[in-house]
Design a protein around this ligand. Structure first.
Ligand code: G6D
Length: 342
């Protein structure tokens, strides 16, 4: 296993982690993001995720693709939340009136990076200091996101954080999978299975309504393998009017909690997480997708698995806790295992 470091432009670096199976995971300190995950299929390298070729392109076209998201993944309604009875107002997007992905968030920064080699894995540890008052969030928050690649073809994301004041922290990674390797192909023919018994209903602004809906009998039932084309055909029945998925799913503890299979069935992603939910966003960009690696991104050209506490928890505290305190350690992990058919 090895790590190769390259210039990624804009003072950013690209780290290419290689394992003994010919798998390559490329990550950048710009946004502590994942840029590429290539596996060998029939002796040829196949890309499995969306990404751009330089730091510049991310900043110009879409800084969320593959990035670390923080301090809070998803939307905070009206940018308001409270901790121990004290109310906070964080920055809001003037167009929507809500905070999305922390506002001017972790995806925009160049993080510190340290390479690490161990017997069973190669890793890059990214760290960032978010100051008290950053986008209105309280507390000096020190965060670390470690990406590792193992010889079992596991891409492991480990999160840790400490704070000097009670604050909220709900990070995720915004990877989009497209297992065809071609961003101009939609994910229609991918198959998804999720051990999720309920989803969070959202309104037209993608704000949780407070209803947790049982998936059984709805278009959102992925408890058995289902083609994404079937979801897209059935999604009109859901109240929000969103053309695809942009919803949190509540996971059970049966692992792997999600399985995504390529149209040719040669590549499978198995997701296992400590988090209670996953936000699945099907890149519902219509004609508005960017040009990526020489191709225009198709509508539904990717699918995210944003593991996190469900957004909405700031209004519905019974959904979990995102508060971290000075005397508490914050640790969590998500694993995406790539299984390639021999
Ligand atoms: C997230 O839920 C959101 C989407 O609505 C947003 O467009 C995307 O990030 C960039 O998954």
């Amino acid at each position: 296993m090895e790590i190769i470091k390259k210039d990624f432009g804009k003072k950013a670096n690209l780290f290419i982690l290689k394992n003994d199976k010919g798998t390559e995971l490329a990550v950048s300190d710009q946004g502590a993001r994942v840029v590429s995950l290539k596996v060998l299929v029939d002796g040829k390298q196949r890309e499995t995720i969306l990404g751009f070729d330089s730091a510049d392109e991310y900043l110009a076209k879409d800084p969320f693709i593959g990035s670390s998201v923080g301090r809070f993944a998803g939307r905070i309604k009206n940018g308001k939340f409270s901790i121990d009875g004290e109310e906070y107002q964080v920055s809001i997007d003037p167009e929507t009136g809500h905070n999305l992905h922390g506002g001017y968030g972790f995806d925009k920064y160049i993080w510190q990076a340290a390479e690490k080699k161990e017997a069973d894995r190669v890793s890059v540890v990214f760290t960032l200091e978010s100051k008290d008052g950053d986008e209105g969030f309280p507390g000096n928050l020190s965060v670390a996101v470690t990406y590792s690649l193992t010889n079992d073809n596991e891409w492991i994301i480990h999160y840790s954080a400490t704070t000097d004041q009670a604050t909220i922290y709900n990070p995720t990674n915004h990877v989009y999978f497209n297992l065809t390797g071609d961003p101009s192909q939609s994910i229609d023919e991918h198959t998804l299975q999720m051990n999720a018994d309920r989803y969070v209903e959202v309104d037209g602004d993608v704000i949780p309504t407070g209803n947790l809906v049982a998936v059984q009998g709805t278009a959102f039932d992925f408890t058995h393998e289902k083609k994404m084309s079937e979801l897209f055909a059935g999604v009109a029945s859901e109240a929000s009017g969103i053309d695809g998925l942009d919803h949190p799913f509540l996971l059970t503890t049966d692992t792997p909690q999600a399985t995504l299979i390529s149209p040719d069935k040669k590549v499978t992603i198995e997701m296992t997480t400590d988090d209670p939910s996953v936000v699945v966003f099907t890149a519902n960009f219509g004609d508005g997708g960017p040009v990526m690696r020489g191709h225009k991104l198709a509508d539904h050209g990717g699918i995210t698995m944003e593991t996190q506490v469900p957004p909405g928890v700031t209004d519905y505290p019974e959904w979990g806790s995102v508060v971290i305190r000075p005397d508490e350690a914050f640790e969590k992990e998500t694993v995406f295992k790539v299984v390639v058919e021999d």
